[in-house]
Structures are given as structure tokens and as C-alpha cells.
Design a protein around this ligand. Sequence first.
Ligand SMILES: [Zn+2]
Length: 256
Amino acid sequence: MFDWLQKRRRAQILETSFPDDWETYLTANIVHFRRLNDIEKTKLRKAIQIMVAEKDWEAHGGLQMNEEIKVTIAGLASLLLLGVDDFYFENVKTVIVFPKPIRRETNSGWVIDRDTYHSGEAWQGGPVILSWQDTLKDAQTFGNGHNLVIHEFAHCLDGLDGDMAGSLQFDDRQTTLEWDRVCGEEFETLTRDVREGRETLINDYGATNKAEFFAVCSETFFEKPIQMQGQHSELFDLLVKYYQLDPRKWITSQNH
Ligand SMILES: [Zn+2]
């Protein structure tokens, strides 16, 4: 029954044409968008319409929620969905946006670090929290390996199996086991490289734990796919299987 209602509501959402203003936000704010082919652009627009309509969008810290913010965030998150059908982050109900990174007091032992700033967070069963300043900066640059929205929504995909721990579910068990092996090996290598001060393609934040490793690898995958394929081919090939797309084609695309 719920499925049927949801399908009907979504069909109604998609009957509305994609607003011109929204197209302007995508072109101006998301570098990736200009590199997509027409089929991908159509798919992305549909995902945006559904996500904008279905999520609760909240702005805090003096920020006023508007369509540009919703469309930009939904557009970036939907890049992760271009290879799949009929999934629109149903596990994320609320997106909360702050103007800048949020200051958090973190406890480490007896010390309260009052200067810890977070540009984003994703909570299992809870909201995605984003800094609009960082969202926009990362969306408008391509190839530096940083993309806040991709990072946080990758955590949400990771959470689909019940917890955000970096373990992924593939269609077949063999690939799931292969991911566990490759992820484990690559995580160890990154941790060692970071500890010994070597420069790494995958951002050193990925050495925090396996959940961060997957989220950071997703940023590298969408931002630096050619380098990633060259240096971490097994990891790259598994992410191609997971996301069911190959972002390398956007690098050579003539659409931009
Ligand atoms: Zn993270």
C-alpha cells in the first residue's frame, strides 16, 4: 500500500516540469553537472525533484532555506545514484544546513576541545548536517578530491546495511567478501602511509576508521577517478561495481 502511494506521489512530482531556476543553480553550482550526458542529466533532474519534495529541509544558524540550497545539495547527492534505479535516500528524512562549519565540543579524555569544527555529519537513522559554505565551495571545484555532500551521503549508503561501518552489500556474496578484503588491505596501507608521513591520493582523513575510509574513497572516486584507477585499481573497480558507473567518462567528456 505504501509503495503504491509513494509511486503515485512520485509520478505526480515528475509530471511537473523542471524549473528554469533550478537548471541555472545546477549549471552554476555543480561542476559535475556540466560533464553529464543528456540521459544522466535527465535522471539527475528526476532524482532532485523527488529529493527536494520528499526530504525535510531545515536551515539554522541564521541561514534562510531556499531552492538553490535544496537543489544544489539534492543534485550532488544524486550523483551517487546515477547508476541505480528507484532509490532516493529513503533512509534520510531530514537535511539540516548551517551557513558555515558547526562548532562542536568534543570530549577526549578530560579535555574538551572547543575549537573542533565540523563541515558535515551523517547520523544513522538521523539527519544529514551540512555547512552551506563548504557544500558550495566543493561543488564548484572539480578534481581536488573534496566533496562534502558526496562524503556525507556516502555514509548514508554505508548505513543501509544497518550501521555506518564501511562494510558494503553487493548483489553477490563473492563481491561483498572481495570488498571486505580490499577495503581492509587498502585501509591498512593508508593508515601506514599517513603514520609514516607519505603523501597519499586518498585523503588522510580516510585513515580515521573504515567508515571514513569508504566516505573519503567515494570522494576520490568521483573527483579523481583516473588517478584512483591508476593507483588503487582493485578498490576503484569495486567502487565501479558498487555505484554502477565509471566517473572517468566525465573527465574526457566534451559536454563541459
Ligand atoms: Zn565522515
